[in-house]
Design a protein around this ligand. Structure first.
Ligand SMILES: CC(C)(COP(=O)(O)OP(=O)(O)OC[C@H]1O[C@@H](n2cnc3c(N)ncnc32)[C@H](O)[C@@H]1OP(=O)(O)O)[C@@H](O)C(=O)NCCC(=O)NCCS
Length: 334
């Protein structure tokens, strides 16, 4: 008998209808469509109507995943939400989504790992399934990045968008499912990408608001260089220790932060365009939602088939680094 593994058996996603193009941003800050496209690959991003919380996006994605799998929310054992834009500091957004979707018997919690959040949450959820403690775990990546964007800072406000994605993890013993994960953090990188105020270090005050400290701050070039190196290192390592090379990978599904970061990793692994999902032009960087949204793009393009070897990879604030290697089980998608 093969090992019991946690497999993705359903996917649901949600992005708000409202779209903000590069041209729209050029009306607000000193930027241009040409600069944004050539430096990042982004053409537009979806943005919520003001006041729409992360739990709303997450709940919509969760309901879609349940519908596609033909499950009721009451069958879920556990809900893990990856987000850096929780509705509130507490309670956890997982609790709010549990209530919204009516997952009566599920417990849950949030994972804070920024752009690596989805792969970290996936790994955490997989442990409960592999151990036999749970058979239906929902993992959600959801962020309303526009709630923490400074529209006076042209170097960050062009990068992000809003969105959510949810998967269901269930046990499989047919060789499919999550094969391995590789995660690391380097907290010395915290200073390069963060939201300085609103936590215990600098609680909200008139001063923190006046200094615009409740927004994302980043040193873009430093983050860029770290991400280029770590995406490729982490991806190579996980392949190597599982006796695979780049040519064995059927699909590379990377966090969508910058097209140039994705392509640098792609080239180091020697992957052709056909094996790499790129949808950053459509959504921008939706933080914890990029990987499930990229899985959706892969399914829409019919690039994901049962048995495919899939490599997920992400780098984010922290710094956090994560990759997950899996054998695709198949989901209902029409
Ligand atoms: C942010 C990022 C796109 C900037 O690209 P870059 O090539 O590094 O650009 P730089 O920061 O060196 O800036 C180059 C110039 O463009 C300017 N610039 C920055 N943002 C701009 C914008 N939106 N429009 C026009 N010009 C801009 C800078 O002011 C700078 O001008 P200067 O040379 O006169 O000082 C890039 O660093 C990046 O993607 N970093 C990673 C960010 C990320 O992924 N964060 C999430 C973590 S997962």
């Amino acid at each position: 008998m093969k090992d019991r593994r946690a497999a993705i058996t359903a996917l649901g996603t949600y992005v708000p209808e409202r779209v903000m193009t590069n041209a729209d941003l050029a009306k607000i800050v000193d930027t241009s469509d040409e600069w944004i496209r050539t430096r990042t690959g982004i053409e537009k991003r979806h943005v919520v109507a003001p006041g729409t919380p992360t739990s709303e996006l997450g709940a919509r994605a969760a309901r879609e995943a349940l519908r596609r799998r033909g499950l009721s929310a009451a069958e879920l054992d556990l809900i893990i939400v990856a987000t850096v834009t929780p509705d509130m500091l507490f309670p956890a957004t997982a609790c709010l989504i549990q209530d919204k979707i009516g997952a009566r018997k599920a417990w849950g919690f949030d994972v804070s790992a920024a752009c690596s959040g989805f792969v970290y949450a996936l790994t955490v959820g997989a442990q409960f399934v592999e151990a036999g403690r749970h058979s239906k775990v929902m993992v959600i990546g959801a962020d309303v990045m526009t709630s923490i964007i400074d529209y006076k800072d042209r170097a960050t406000c062009v990068l992000f968008g809003d969105g959510a994605g949810a998967v269901i993890l269930e046990p499989r013993e047919d060789g499919t499912g999550i094969l391995d994960f590789s995660h690391e953090v380097d907290g010395s990188g915290a200073c390069y990408l963060n939201m300085p105020a609103g936590g215990s270090l600098r609680p909200a005050s008139h001063e923190t608001v006046d200094e615009r400290l409740h927004y994302i701050k980043q040193q873009g070039q430093h983050v860029f260089k770290y991400a280029v190196r770590k995406f490729a290192d982490s991806s190579e390592q996980i392949l190597l220790r599982n006796d695979f090379t780049g040519s064995d990978v059927d699909l590379f599904v990377a966090h969508q932060a910058n097209i140039r970061i994705i392509e640098a990793a792609q080239h180091r692994m020697g992957l052709p365009d056909a094996k790499v999902i790129k949808n950053i032009h459509e959504y921008g960087n939706t933080t914890a939602a990029t990987i499930p949204l990229a899985l959706k793009t892969a399914l829409d393009l019919k690039k994901l088939e049962p048995g495919h070897l899939v490599l997920l990879a992400a780098v984010g604030a922290g710094f956090t680094v994560g990759s997950v290697l899996l054998r695709w089980s198949g989901v209902s998608w029409d």
